[in-house]
Design a protein around this ligand. Structure first.
Ligand SMILES: C[S@@+](CC[C@H](N)C(=O)[O-])C[C@H]1O[C@@H](n2cnc3c(N)ncnc32)[C@H](O)[C@@H]1O
Length: 338
């Protein structure tokens, strides 16, 4: 799985037990802001029918791979192609030019192989589930050799030790249809998804602040789309980072947008993640959610995002400023509107 700001990797057991306790016997769950799909994957493993949604393409590809595709459907062919891709020779192209020369996110020797493998995937015109699995395999391989603090706003001044390692693709750990129910992936705006999807429980993990995911993970968006857009700035961001916005990244608009999502959802039981550093404090969130049903709040101490652990860097990768604290509080709200 890729490094991801706000990923709930370390909160999975709390989220799972919140869903199980909130509605014993529930069969289906929507993960409305799915990101890496880690939460949906953990729920799918527990035999829930999962509906994962995110508006970014790289997140949709992760959901298509881990939630909507079972091992039996593509496993054999994907393993064969991954073995072929692992011996493809590098050929510099768009990726190398922008992310290894213009900006220094990857070592050129790896960038050249990413270019060559991505071109082969594009030319093969594969069946969509198989293509998603291979693209995720490539994205995860690239993530293991990047030279960042886990976000793509800036790269490190010197190559990170992992950036010098050899790029190697692995088979994503898909679940078997024998151990899980079919799952579904969507690339919709959260409000649209809230209106159109239906499940027993909805899990919501919206962005907490002004930092836009499209900008923080612009390289993954470009690698998935392979539309080779014009780029700008030190980080060589895709030009659409200037215009692609989410209402959930605006302090002014968050409460209105989140309230519309909550009231549009058909699920009567919700589990919501938010922390004490976001736009909305605990009192405001409890007031907002109580319009839907009875709210219970769990508070969990949590190690802050990787950037805070490593330090604060400017876009040139130079250390600047001090980190004020290393822990925050994660709130897990359960809402019961039955
Ligand atoms: C806090 S992250 C979710 C992390 C996820 N739970 C995980 O463990 O990886 C929030 C996600 O919301 C998505 N997002 C932001 N605005 C959105 C919108 N308007 N509609 C749908 N998804 C949105 C972002 O792309 C991001 O992946």
């Amino acid at each position: 799985m890729i490094k991801y700001l706000g990923s709930k990797r370390k909160l999975l057991s709390e989220i799972l037990s919140a869903v199980q306790t909130a509605m014993p016997g529930a069969r289906s769950v929507i993960d409305l802001f799915s990101g890496t799909s880690r939460v949906g994957y953990a729920l799918k493993k527990k035999n829930y029918e999962v509906h994962a949604n995110d508006h970014n393409l790289y997140a949709y590809m992760l959901a298509k791979c881990y939630i909507a595709t079972n091992l039996e459907a593509v496993g054999k062919e994907a393993k064969k192609l991954i073995a072929e891709f692992n011996v493809i020779k590098g050929q510099a192209g768009y990726f190398t030019e922008n992310f290894c020369v213009r900006s220094l996110f990857f070592h050129p020797k790896n960038g050249e192989r990413i270019d060559a493998i991505r071109e082969v995937i594009a030319k093969k015109k594969l069946e969509p589930s198989l293509e998603a699995v291979l693209l995720v395999s490539l994205m995860e391989a690239a993530d293991r050799v990047d030279s960042t603090c886990g976000m793509q706003m800036a790269y490190l001044k010197k190559w990170a030790p992992r950036a010098e390692k050899h790029l190697s693709l692995r088979m994503p750990l898909l679940l078997s249809s024998k151990e899980s129910l079919p799952g579904f992936a969507y690339q919709l705006d959260a409000l649209e998804a809230a209106k159109s999807l239906d499940a027993d429980v909805t899990y919501l993990d919206p962005p907490y602040n002004q930092h836009r995911y499209r900008s923080n993970y612009h390289i993954w968006e470009t690698l998935m789309r392979w539309d080779k857009p014009e780029v700008y700035g030190v980080a060589s961001k895709r030009i659409d980072c200037r215009t692609h916005k989410s209402l959930f990244n605006s302090k002014r608009q968050f409460i209105k947008a989140f309230s519309s999502v909550i009231s549009s959802l058909k699920s009567k039981v919700l589990v919501v993640s938010f922390n004490n550093e976001g736009f909305v404090n605990r009192t405001e969130m409890e007031a907002l959610l109580s319009k839907k049903g009875q709210v219970t709040t769990q508070v969990i101490d949590y190690k802050r995002y990787v950037g805070a652990q490593i330090g604060i860097y400017n876009p040139k990768g130079e250390a600047v400023g001090q980190v004020s604290h290393l822990y925050n509080k994660e709130y897990l709200y359960t809402v019961d509107g039955r």
